[in-house]
Design a protein around this ligand. Structure first.
Ligand SMILES: [Zn+2]
Length: 228
């Protein structure tokens, strides 16, 4: 949503979750009135074009999405927040894209999910982050810590813009969602201020596990607090 607020960009939410084959048309249609733009006319066009050919491969469906996007928003960059590897693989076959990987503090992630910090979850976090890092390394992702994005937003966004070859603009810090087409995904689209709501409960709950699991915390320090 932040990158999507740049004048050259438009955020389109979790595209793969809308366009992939097998998603119920009624489920998608129910989202048109709650698109961040107000009442969407862009997504119905996308779905009409996809349904006309109805290819089964996600990459072919992405290609149609990008064609409709380019026609409707000439010269703009689509900001897709899909979180799955198959979406990234599909997108890479039909467009040039920059990949942004956001890593959240393991303690915050763990606490938000389970209401307590557990060694099993911390180790699962490390494993899945390492697996993801390995799986997307050929895409040369820009790694951004979630915590700097929340607590040092301006500096982080300025640095991110440099990496993306975009000129930083103030609008990025005050996302205007009505210009965006986030149909599915991003909890920020449904909170009124359109800001990241940080769950800080873990900070009030000291735990010994982070002290004992040093390899997890080393990885956490390196990635969850990194600037672009
Ligand atoms: Zn829309």
């Amino acid at each position: 949503m932040i990158v999507g607020s740049h004048p050259d960009c438009i955020a389109v939410g979790e595209v793969a979750n809308v366009i992939r084959a097998g998603v119920k048309p009624s489920w998608i249609e129910n989202h048109y009135p709650i698109c961040t733009c107000g009442h969407c006319t862009f997504w119905p066009k996308v779905m009409d074009a996809i349904n006309l050919q109805n290819p089964s491969k996600l990459s072919d469906r992405y290609r149609i999405f990008l064609e409709v996007f380019a026609e409707r928003f000439p010269g703009k960059i689509a900001v897709d927040s899909s979180k799955t590897l198959d979406a990234l693989d599909a997108l890479q076959t039909c467009s040039e894209c920059s990949v942004i990987r956001i890593v959240r503090d393991v303690r915050g992630w763990n606490y938000s999910k389970k209401g307590k910090i557990s060694p099993r979850m911390m180790i699962a976090w490390l494993r899945s982050n390492k697996a993801l890092e390995n799986a997307i390394k050929d895409y040369h992702p820009i790694s951004v810590g979630y915590e700097p994005m929340v607590f040092d937003t301006r500096t982080t966004v300025e640095k991110l813009c440099k990496r993306l070859s975009l000129d930083f603009t103030e609008e990025m810090l005050e996302p205007n969602v009505s210009k965006q087409h986030i149909l599915v995904g991003n909890p920020m689209r449904v909170n009124k201020e359109h800001r990241i709501k940080y769950d800080s409960r873990w900070m009030q709950k000291p735990s010994l596990w982070p002290v004992l699991l040093k390899p997890v915390m080393d990885y956490n320090e390196k990635h969850a607090y990194s600037y672009p």
